[in-house]
Design a protein around this ligand. Structure first.
Ligand SMILES: [Zn+2]
Ligand SMILES: [Zn+2]
Length: 262
């Protein structure tokens, strides 16, 4: 999943990705992320190595396919951008339109990819990790990249959005993809209880999709999962448990630090 943002020309996105990766590596090394780990003993080097290979293959193949498709559609005049400056709310509306439509596209195709034989042929590769890490984001079959990424040219052919909107969409997709596969929960414990935030997925939400294979199909929002009854019934109580464990770890660390200073 989330293969659609891999457009080689997006330099800003690449820098953001490197920046985030460097920050996270440094954070993990310092052990500051320990309290936020979703599945403490889930990491397997063997799976990580395989994912690195698949991610590299997928990056090259997808960039080639999606890049060619985008170039062709631009040449045929089917994709155009509005280069004029626009009011911030216009950009926000275009941005929201993209995510509402893409969230719908992603949910239904993701659900379809869990049905045999599509699961075995296309989506199984992405599910090698039952405890996802950031490389899992890229470890998808090129077919899946094409299915998810195919939305971008279709959207751009249907709507002439401003290039500023497109510049926002790319990095958002990258950050979202990396975050939901990070294996760490950074959101506050009230996230699923607040009416304003519970509609947006968390790392725990997608982590559970990898752990249990069923339910939690949404890629950005929980809306379709809630509407169709596909949200994992224990999702919210498990989220609370992870946050409670994190608080306990941080509490212990504070106590030890306090004892050392006495
Ligand atoms: Zn995933
Ligand atoms: Zn899946």
């Amino acid at each position: 999943m989330f293969g659609h943002w891999m457009r080689g020309e997006n330099l800003l996105s690449l820098w953001l990705l490197l920046f985030l990766a460097a920050g996270l590596v440094a954070g993990v090394a310092r052990g500051t992320f320990k309290a936020r780990k979703i599945q403490p003993r889930g990491f397997k080097w063997r799976t990580f190595r395989n994912e690195a290979i698949f991610a590299a293959i997928n990056l090259v193949v997808s960039a080639l396919i999606l890049g060619t498709l985008k170039t062709k559609l631009s040449q045929w005049g089917m994709i155009r951008f509005n280069h004029e400056t626009a009011a911030w709310w216009t950009i926000l509306l275009e941005y929201a339109l993209y995510f509402v439509l893409f969230d719908t596209w992603f949910y239904w195709l993701h659900r379809a990819m869990h049905i045999e034989p599509m699961y075995r042929w296309i989506h199984k590769l992405h599910h090698r990790s039952t405890a996802p890490n950031m490389l899992t984001t890229l470890s998808v079959s090129p077919f899946e990249s094409f299915i998810n990424g195919g939305f971008v040219p279709l959207f751009l052919a249907a709507f002439t959005v401003h290039d500023a909107t497109m510049a926002l969409i790319g990095p958002t997709n990258i950050i979202m993809g990396l975050y939901v596969h990070s294996g760490y929960e950074f959101l506050p414990r009230w996230w699923n209880r607040s009416w304003a935030t519970k509609w947006f997925i968390s790392a725990t939400f997608h982590d559970q999709h990898h752990k249990y294979f069923i339910g939690n199909f949404g890629g950005y929002t929980t809306v379709w999962d809630r509407l169709c009854g596909t949200m994992r019934p224990k999702f919210e109580s498990d989220f609370d448990k992870i946050k409670a464990r994190g608080r306990a770890i941080r509490g212990t660390a504070a106590t030890i630090a306090g004892a050392e200073t006495i």
